[in-house]
Design a protein around this ligand. Structure first.
Ligand code: DX5
Ligand code: ZN
Length: 216
């Protein structure tokens, strides 16, 4: 069973409000998750809203944070624990192995699911030391930092290999109707999609992804 998760990458509280309300009001996301991107302008050249914005605009969905930040332990992980996040995904490139392990352990101690994201150019073997300590692998389909970037075709093979290493593989960046089926066939269990879902009629866009996945 595949899940589709909508992604919000907001630079301003107004952008966040617009997107979360659109998702909250859609028929397609009565339950499930929302993926919220956070960026520090260091790990990637872009800066998101501060996590505290999340509590101004509540959602009925479970919240997954994607931290595109350097050294996610402090203050990010602590802030997200306080804001009721259900899953926190950090980047395998964002600190040394010790930093990553400490951060994952801290989140697990607070009963929060964990994930490790990996950039398109990073060898998948970098994930290996951490596989016992995470709930999910997030394969990036683009270089992180912005929505609406073109999907990298090498992602299919990376999803396939990641799925042979771990049972819960998610894909983020550039996901849309035209690549959803091949991603599912490659072993992706979760498709995270931002601009394709959010631009225009959200329910029609989600339906297009489902049609692609179910097509013969
Ligand atoms: C990319 C973010 C993605 C992004 C997805 O840096 O991590 O989650 O919001 O947006 P699209 O689907 O437009 O690539
Ligand atoms: Zn993301």
């Amino acid at each position: 069973m595949i899940q589709i998760i909508p992604a919000i990458l907001a630079n301003t509280p107004q952008d966040y409000k617009r997107d979360i309300e659109k998702i909250n009001n859609s028929a397609s996301f009565k339950k499930g998750w929302v993926h919220i991107d956070f960026m520090d302008n260091k790990f990637v050249p872009n800066k998101s809203v501060d996590p505290s914005v999340i509590k101004l605009y509540p959602t009925h969905l479970k919240k997954e944070a994607h931290l595109m930040v350097e050294h996610p332990s402090y203050p990010w992980a602590g802030d997200l624990v306080g804001l009721g996040f259900d899953r926190v995904i950090i980047h395998v490139e964002s600190g040394d192995d010790k930093h990553l392990e400490d951060c994952l352990a801290y989140l697990e101690d607070h009963n929060i699911e964990t994930g490790l994201a990996i950039n398109p150019q990073t060898p998948l073997d970098k994930l290996k030391p951490h596989l016992d300590n995470i709930d999910l692998i997030l394969i990036m389909g683009v270089i992180p930092g912005f929505q609406s970037q073109p999907f990298q075709e090498s992602t299919f093979a990376r999803v396939k290999r990641a799925s042979s290493m771990f049972n819960m593989v998610s894909v983020d960046g550039g996901v849309k109707d035209i690549n959803a089926k091949q991603l599912a066939l490659s072993g992706a269990r979760i498709l995270v999609s931002g601009s394709f879902i959010l631009n225009g009629n959200i329910d029609e866009n989600v339906e297009k992804i489902w049609e692609s996945i179910k097509s013969p």
